[in-house]
Design a protein around this ligand. Structure first.
Ligand code: ATP
Length: 235
């Protein structure tokens, strides 16, 4: 689905990711783990086309997308729920979803909105509230929902559980499982390694902009050295 090879990218002269390689299988959840500043968000933003690549290849569904502008990547089926969520806080929940769906024909809006509301029933109750008035958990659901309005094949979610209550995190993780069951691929950046290891099929561990481990989540859980070095358990 997504194949990244030897990717380097960053901000101006500053290179944040150095030669990262990552393969994401169709219909799977891949967890991208690493300490603060390891380059996780930068990787997601580079795949989405918002951060410039200096080397390497990014292939999506067999196509080299590395030179495509962000909008074309969205049209190919790549969506991002970015760090900080970046909602339109002065717009209602419904209008945030509408903006997310602008890339689709207007006739699809209702069906796609209803898909999101079935996934996150909490949003239905808040449909006409301003996004800025939502709780942190509701905002996270809306950020994911807005990304889903593009009808992605791959959704990349940055810091899913950051600052959220355990019950809300449960709801979000249930939604991820539903998306996977619906055939979507998910690239998940998550500080909470315990959570991500519980749901992911595959895991990629970054350190200082480099991949230090990639494989099945099950193998990661059973790797004592890896667990001790990189997967410090915090819930
Ligand atoms: P975090 O969980 O703290 O967001 P991360 O693994 O997602 O960590 P990135 O946000 O990708 O890490 O940051 C990687 C490096 O790039 C860090 O050294 C960070 O300071 C730097 N960086 C991130 N955003 C920018 C930016 N807009 N301009 C310049 N440097 C940046």
């Amino acid at each position: 689905m997504l194949e990244i090879q030897h990717l380097s990218c960053g901000y101006g002269a500053f290179e944040a990711v150095h030669g990262l390689s990552l393969t994401l299988r169709p219909g799977s959840i891949t967890g991208l783990i690493g300490a603060n500043g390891a380059g996780k968000s930068t990787t997601l933003m580079c795949v989405a086309g918002h951060v410039a690549r200096s080397a390497g290849t990014v292939r999506f569904a067999g196509e080299d997308i590395a030179a495509l502008p962000p909008e074309q990547r969205v049209r190919r089926g790549i969506a991002i729920s970015p760090e900080g969520r970046r909602l339109f806080k002065d717009l209602s929940v419904e209008d945030n979803l509408r903006v997310g769906g602008l890339i689709q024909p207007a006739s699809r809006f209702r069906q796609d909105r209803d898909y999101v509301l079935a996934l996150f029933p909490r949003l239905e109750e808040r449909l006409h509230s301003l996004a800025g008035n939502l709780s942190g958990g509701e905002q996270q659901m809306l950020a994911i929902g807005r990304a889903l309005m593009t009808r992605p094949k791959l959704i990349m979610i940055d810091e899913l559980s950051l600052g959220l209550m355990p019950k809300v995190i449960d709801l979000c993780y249930s939604a991820l499982k539903q998306l996977r069951a619906d055939g979507m691929s998910i690239l998940l950046v998550e500080q909470n390694t315990h959570r991500v290891l519980g749901v992911a099929d595959d895991v990629c561990v970054l350190e200082s902009g480099r991949t230090v481990w990639q494989g099945r989540a099950e193998d990661a859980r059973n790797d004592a050295a890896l667990t001790a070095a990189y997967l410090g358990l915090h819930d």
